[in-house]
Design a binder for this molecule. Sequence first.
Ligand code: NAD
Length: 492
Amino acid sequence: MGAIEVAGVTVQTDHWIDGHRVPSAETFTDISPVDEVELGRIAAGGAPEVDAAVEAARRAFPEWAALPIDERAAVLHRIADGIEARVEDLAIVETTDNGSLLRSHRRGVMPRCAMNFRYFADAVRELAHPDREIRGHRQRISYQPAGVAAIITPWNAPLMLATWRIGPALASGNCVVLKPPEWAPLTASLLADITAEAGLPPGVFNVVQGTGPEAGAALSAHPGINRLAFTGSVPTAGTVATAAARNIVPLSFELGGKSPLLVFADADFELAVTLAVEQFDNSGQVCLGAFRILVEESIAEDFLAAVVDKARGIIQGDPRDEETDISCLISRPHFDKVSAFVDRATSAGASVVLGGTPNTELGHLYYSPTILVDAEPGSEILTEEVFGPVLTVQTFRTEDEAVRMANDTRFGLAATLVTGDRDRAERVSSALSAGTVWVNCFFVRDLGAPFGGNGKSGIGREGGVWSFDFYSDIQNTVFAPQGWRQDPSQQS
Ligand code: NAD
């Protein structure tokens, strides 16, 4: 049985299948992006481990699905208790594994992971539709668990994005097989410990560690899964969708973005500047990030100067330090990809007004906050997701032009607008093509609200009842009144 010590926390490195730790002959190396030091070797699963996990989930399903909803909810609340009790461990392990800020894990992210169980445990009890009378018959709409939910997650917020799917999947009575990201696999393993301590029956939750092309591919193509929730990039989504299509498995996809931030001349200037600089959070490794700043021409010069000035105050450094604002990128390949994006943009005519290079003082995987202007319309830097600390600034003259530029993307995850004019806020927000629109705010998210993207940003919505719609087979049952006989002339 394999285990490693990460900042004083013991983390099991094997899979978690049917309530047991299961090793693999193959392993992969987990590297901390904070300092590029090897953390250890993690079990690398493939088809055999995925088979075992899906079979375990299928075996556990009838009993878990049949458990009274209150009892299911009680287990999920105990998982949430377990997460809250281990916030410090989860926070330091996640930070070490993916380089995002320790302080935000402690204060925001890990408590939110617990909420992902609590919210859906409570919400599932409110789910029943009232029976309705239809032409003298009684109609009942009920939610039945779908079966085995396969969940594949990315590295930028590993435990948050996993629990956001696992919570509603389990609450609805499904069993789960999770394939965590190979770049940040560790908190999934701690979650397995927590679920066991909370009394979740063996097989209800399984973790198969491994790479995308091996473990991820085997899971998405598995004929024994009934739902596939994938969070990741558009290219991978295409491969995953193709594999799942053979088995006609319903998909929920949360993918990339290239979201706009629209700043009108009537905006609260300070607020707009703050929101722009906030886009550097997590070194820009945020799917919802508004990396295309569109600003009204009349204020553009002052606005850009103020954004650059404020961005110069960003403290980049070790994610474990309290004062650090942004840290490193996830991996060497990703670092090279971000650098290459900026280099190609400047070669194609964009000008750098801030950063534009790796942070040579910090070395390793630290890339400086970067702001580019004068990019050619339609150029790669304005259209492709960089997933790094790179903002572009463009100007517009009219509201129509602003909306046109904002919607000029194949993505549609989110959009943010800053304006002091309420009528404009109404008009522009409804004209924007995005799953989430923020007006004079950013990243305000509620678990009861629908979340998802338009266009290439995803398929479907999750959150609140939309999650239950996805993880359930929804049944319509019609009861005839006693003694009723079918009248052939009434049939439709
Ligand atoms: P990725 O697509 O490379 O990997 C995501 C997951 O898919 C990983 O677990 C990976 O192992 C797995 N995978 C890779 N190849 C696979 C294959 N052939 N079959 C099955 N699984 C496979 O994405 P990433 O680099 O880990 O994450 C960054 C991307 O995720 C960005 O595009 C970002 O916008 C997106 N994202 C979206 C949201 C959202 O809610 N919309 C949230 C976070 C991240």
